[in-house]
Design a protein around this ligand. Structure first.
Ligand SMILES: NC(=O)c1ccc[n+]([C@@H]2O[C@H](COP(=O)([O-])OP(=O)(O)OC[C@H]3O[C@@H](n4cnc5c(N)ncnc54)[C@H](O)[C@@H]3O)[C@@H](O)[C@H]2O)c1
Length: 448
């Protein structure tokens, strides 16, 4: 199909886009206003770009337009400033506004299906909407984590069905988001960003765009390379976490303190990187992304054995926590059935309000299944709806701690008063070593 809007004047089109990017007059569209998209949209607006967020959730669109924040990593004041005071950020659910954009950044979810295969329905849905409205001169950049090949094999053909050609009429890149929710030191701006696209106009335009807000941008030679970089980073974490989780289970059996082992090993000034064990992995990335690579590798008749093993070990951790909880209760003449268990922390990691894929869900569910009376406290997650349970966070008081037969720390939020926990818990199982440094902690808490 040929598109009448396409002309042969590709260099001029690229040059025009570069000018708009450099003087910040380029209109920026951000599709998917979640943990990745909203901070990104705010960051771009803060340097003067006019940003329009697209989301299929009407509630999110309304919240953004009212300047009401719902993402922990965004400062309330920053959102209010760019939306209400400067009018640089707005949101919409109207796809027909896509052609107004010079740059479109896609930050939609990439979950797994029930069979642990990639579920690209969100990327495909957005790309199809874009293809219907694509106009010459636009830069499209995918930020969602996915397997190597998605941008070139899935998005590019859909977009080129418009009759426009990548690298000549429109520009296409993949630039993985590396945001670490809750991290106070590294934000979007000071986290190096990898950008992959075909050499030439697509790569140049994408590099210029990201350089406007990010201190160091790292170019790679293709979108597929950048996609591999991102899944490798998350696989690296999944595998190293699995390694220390396995060590924790072995140390438990050998009567060794895994935390003491890790602290001492971490003093080696080279050749070691300390990871910590825990009740399992959670969130939208570590438990899911390696399976994207595992799935793609099969196309090449290749088994990614580290990924499979890491997934197996990490998924075993909730069961190990339960076993350890039962042992602790039994050492004190108690059983899980009828025991009152107070869970501290249901978010998947410290200082975030995100409970997606949290190992706490499985642990809490198994505790209930085995007859325990479970309640929880999490200062970041007021309500927890998982595995058919619907619980409200209860206040953390001396009485609540004393009433519990077992207090089980699953997330080490900074805001929790661990001195209070150590002082009043009767039995305490600490899967994160959150009680490190608390007076009396070593005598009271049983560690993972
Ligand atoms: N959360 C993280 O820490 C993190 C870090 C790095 C990378 N990522 C990756 O970034 C991507 C987005 O993750 P997230 O955590 O921001 O997800 P999220 O669920 O917080 O946000 C996704 C947003 O996209 C919207 N959306 C879904 N389908 C849509 C559609 N068809 N059209 C318009 N909007 C749509 C949703 O309503 C939601 O607001 C994923 O691929 C994820 O793996 C996430």
């Amino acid at each position: 199909m040929s598109n009448p809007a396409a002309t042969a004047d590709a260099p001029a089109r690229a040059a025009e886009l570069m000018e708009k990017i450099k003087d910040h007059t380029a209109r920026v569209g951000v599709v998917g206003l979640g943990y990745v998209g909203l901070p990104f949209a705010v960051e771009k607006a803060k340097v003067g770009f006019r940003v329009l967020g697209f989301d299929r959730s009407a509630a999110r669109v309304d919240q953004v337009n009212a300047g009401r924040n719902y993402i922990g990593d965004v400062r309330d004041q920053d959102l209010r400033d760019v939306v209400l005071r400067q009018g640089l950020l707005a949101a919409t659910g109207d796809w027909d506004r896509l052609p107004e954009m010079d740059v479109v950044v896609i930050c939609v979810p990439t979950p797994l299906t029930r069979n642990l295969t990639p579920d690209l329905q969100y990327i495909e849905a957005v790309t199809s909407e874009l293809a219907l409205r694509l106009r010459p001169g636009q830069l499209i950049s995918l930020e969602s984590t996915t397997y190597p090949g998605t941008t070139e094999e899935v998005m590019q053909p859909l977009l080129e069905a418009s009759g426009l050609k990548e690298g000549r009429d429109f520009f296409l890149a993949f630039s993985p988001e590396r945001v670490d929710p809750g991290n106070k030191r590294y934000s979007t701006r000071n986290t190096n960003k990898v950008v992959g696209a075909s050499p030439g106009a697509s790569l140049e335009a994408a590099l210029a765009f990201y350089r406007q807000t990010i201190l160091k941008v790292v170019p790679v030679s293709s979108a597929r390379t950048a996609e591999m970089v991102k899944v490798f980073e998350n696989t690296f974490r999944a595998v190293n976490i699995a390694l220390v989780n396995e060590l924790a289970m072995l140390c438990d059996r050998m009567g060794l303190d895994v935390w003491e082992v890790l602290d001492a090993a971490g003093t080696k000034p080279f050749g070691i990187l300390t990871f910590y064990p825990g009740p399992g992995v959670g969130g939208h990335c570590i438990p899911l992304d390696p399976h994207y690579l595992e799935w793609k590798a099969r196309e090449f008749n290749f088994n990614t054995r580290f990924i499979a093993l890491a997934g197996e070990i990490n998924r075993r951790m909730p069961e190990f926590v339960l076993e350890k909880a039962m042992r602790l209760l039994s050492d004190h003449g108690l059983g899980l059935r009828g025991a009152r268990v107070l869970v501290l922390g249901v978010a998947y990691k410290k200082d975030v309000e995100d409970a997606r894929e949290s190992p706490s869900a499985e642990i809490l569910h198994q505790l209930v299944r085995r007859g325990a009376a479970v309640s929880y406290h999490d200062p970041m997650v007021p309500r927890f709806q998982e595995h058919g349970h619907d619980l409200q966070s209860r206040p953390l008081t001396a009485q609540a701690l004393e009433e519990a037969d077992l207090v089980l720390i699953l997330t080490d939020h900074t805001r929790v008063d661990y001195a209070l926990v150590v002082a009043h818990a009767r039995l305490l199982l600490d899967t994160r070593y959150a009680t490190r440094g608390v007076e009396g902690g070593r005598g009271k808490a049983v560690l993972l």
